[in-house]
Write a protein that binds this ligand. Structure first.
Ligand code: C2E
Ligand code: MG
Ligand code: MG
Length: 276
């Protein structure tokens, strides 16, 4: 019998990494307890009106020694220590608390994490958070990425169905960044397709990129999905997404993620200016 192959050192290092909690995990848990983790809001604009139509909640932790840590890294740390679902519910509470003061026509988008979709009480927790804040479910969008779905598409679809029954909307986030599994479009109860930044990067100057955008918008229209373009940094990109029929957009051209007070001032028309 052949002896088993030794596990390469690179894989052993990787496995050790996933077993051990991240060195910042306990600080993160304390920061969540003390409500020191921040939630920023990046405005979303209507393509027709040009007005702010809502915002996406984005988590930031200003860690004393490492500085600002964004959502991707923060959820990677949290996932290794089983903190991801708790962090997610914390962000939802904070975001709803801010959003309840916004004008009635503003939407809130909230990113969900894979741990949310497998939590048996997720729908109940969202319903409780909504009821506590008084924010109506119809104004909440859950953004979901391919990574959150790969393990169990049927189960994820069922759990999302329950949330949609409450009136909540669902967006497929980062569309075009990964494998673009079209099964997701058939199986999930979606309302929005959110184009990844990589899908809009070249649309201002590259005819192939523009052709891909055009095809996706046509498909989204046929599926009755609204298209949100993300990562708009240049006027030429904005012109293209407007011309091609996207519904709304967000990106540094309009605004970076803002502290809650600044977003509230912006939508209340308190003289907060996005650009000079
Ligand atoms: P995302 O949901 O696709 O969020 C958009 C990301 O793109 C944000 O990065 C935002 O700051 C950035 N962005 C927006 N406009 C532009 C632009 O014009 N140019 C460029 N270069 N970037 C732009 P951020 O805040 O670092 O978040 C990264 C990812 O982390 C998010 O991607 C999301 O997947 C995850 N994330 C952030 N907050 C949360 C959260 O509260 N919960 C969960 N589950 N995930 C979160
Ligand atoms: Mg998102
Ligand atoms: Mg995205």
């Amino acid at each position: 019998m052949q002896s088993p192959k030794p596990i390469p050192e690179r894989r052993r290092r990787r496995d050790r990494r996933t077993d051990k909690p991240h060195p910042l995990a306990s600080d993160l848990a304390s920061a969540i307890d003390r409500a020191e983790v921040d939630v920023l809001f990046q405005p979303q604009f209507g393509c027709d009106s040009g007005a702010v139509v809502g915002a996406e909640a984005l988590v930031r932790w200003f860690q004393p020694t490492r500085g600002a840590i964004g959502g991707d890294q923060l959820f990677a740390i949290a996932t290794r220590s089983d903190l991801a679902h708790a962090l997610s519910l914390y962000v939802l509470d904070k975001a709803l608390d801010a959003a309840k003061a916004w004008p009635d026509d503003m939407r809130l988008s909230f990113n969900i994490t894979p741990a949310d979709l497998v939590a048996p009480d997720f729908a109940e927790s969202v319903a409780t958070a909504l009821a506590r804040s008084g924010f109506v479910p119809e104004r909440l969008t859950l953004e979901i990425t391919e990574q959150a779905l790969v393990d169990d598409l049927e189960g994820s679809a069922n759990r999302l169905d329950g949330l949609v029954e409450l009136g909540i909307r669902v967006a497929l986030d980062d569309f075009g960044a990964g494998f673009c599994n079209f099964r997701y479009l058939k199986k999930l109860p979606l309302h929005y397709l959110k184009l990844d930044r990589s899908m809009v990067e070249g649309i201002g100057h590259d005819s192939r990129d523009l052709a891909v955008l055009r095809g996706i918008v046509a498909m989204a229209n046929a599926l009755d999905l609204a298209v949100i373009a993300e990562g708009i940094e240049m006027t030429s990109q904005l012109e293209a997404v407007k011309r091609e029929g996207c519904t709304s957009w967000q990106g540094f051209l309009g605004a970076r993620p803002l502290p809650s007070e600044d977003f509230a001032a912006l939508v209340a028309g308190d003289g907060f200016m996005l650009r000079e």
